[in-house]
Structure formats: C-alpha cells, structure tokens
Design a protein around this ligand. Structure first.
Ligand code: SF4
Ligand code: SF4
Length: 92
C-alpha cells in the first residue's frame, strides 16, 4: 500500500528532522522560503510507505500522513491544531 504526506509548509521551521528520519528519502528542502523566512520541508511523494516516522518526529506537528488503501484514503497521522503551542518558539 502506498502512502503520501502533506506538509503545512507555513508552519514548518525547516529543522530537517523529517528529512533525516525518512527511510524512503521522500522529503527534501524546498528551494523557496515560507513567510517566516524558513526553507521548509517539501514532500516528493515517491515511495512513501505511510510509516509516520516523519510526523512523529516533527516538533511543529506540520505533517499529515495518508495511507492509500484499495477502497479508501486513511489519515494515519494528522497535523497539530492551529492553536496547539509550537515546541519551537515563534519568530517575533
Ligand atoms: S510516512 Fe514514512 S516513508 Fe512517508 S515520508 Fe514520512 S517517514 Fe517517509
Ligand atoms: S520535522 Fe517538521 S518542522 Fe522540521 S523540517 Fe520537517 S516538517 Fe519542518
């Protein structure tokens, strides 16, 4: 079964943890910065197995993981709610 991820690139702080842990090298650094000036992680969505390691390690809760099953798409890890405090302090 295949998986895919969706990254909230405006919430991402570009720490690179998700890129480091992904066993399928499915995540890269974007060449464009977000509104906060960080270069966020970007999904390639080639070879993702929906293992959720990237979502578990993300300190910002920026990654949603979707498992594509024969009859349905199932969200197996979801992004943190917008009002959830970020673990990394916001830039002022
Ligand atoms: S769910 Fe697993 S395979 Fe897919 S991008 Fe995240 S770490 Fe990589
Ligand atoms: S772990 Fe989260 S905050 Fe860090 S680069 Fe990946 S998506 Fe961005």
């Amino acid at each position: 079964m295949a998986g895919k991820i969706v990254i909230d690139m405006e919430r991402c702080k570009g720490c690179g943890l998700c890129i480091t842990v992904c066993p399928r090298k499915n995540i890269a650094v974007s060449s464009e910065s977000n509104k906060s000036g960080y270069f966020p992680a970007q999904a390639k969505n080639v070879g993702c197995t929906a293992c959720t390691q990237c979502a578990i390690v993300c300190p910002e809760g920026s990654i949603e993981v979707i498992l594509e099953e024969p009859q349905r798409m199932r969200i197996v890890a979801t992004v943190a709610k917008k009002d959830t405090p970020h673990l990394v302090e916001e830039k002022r």
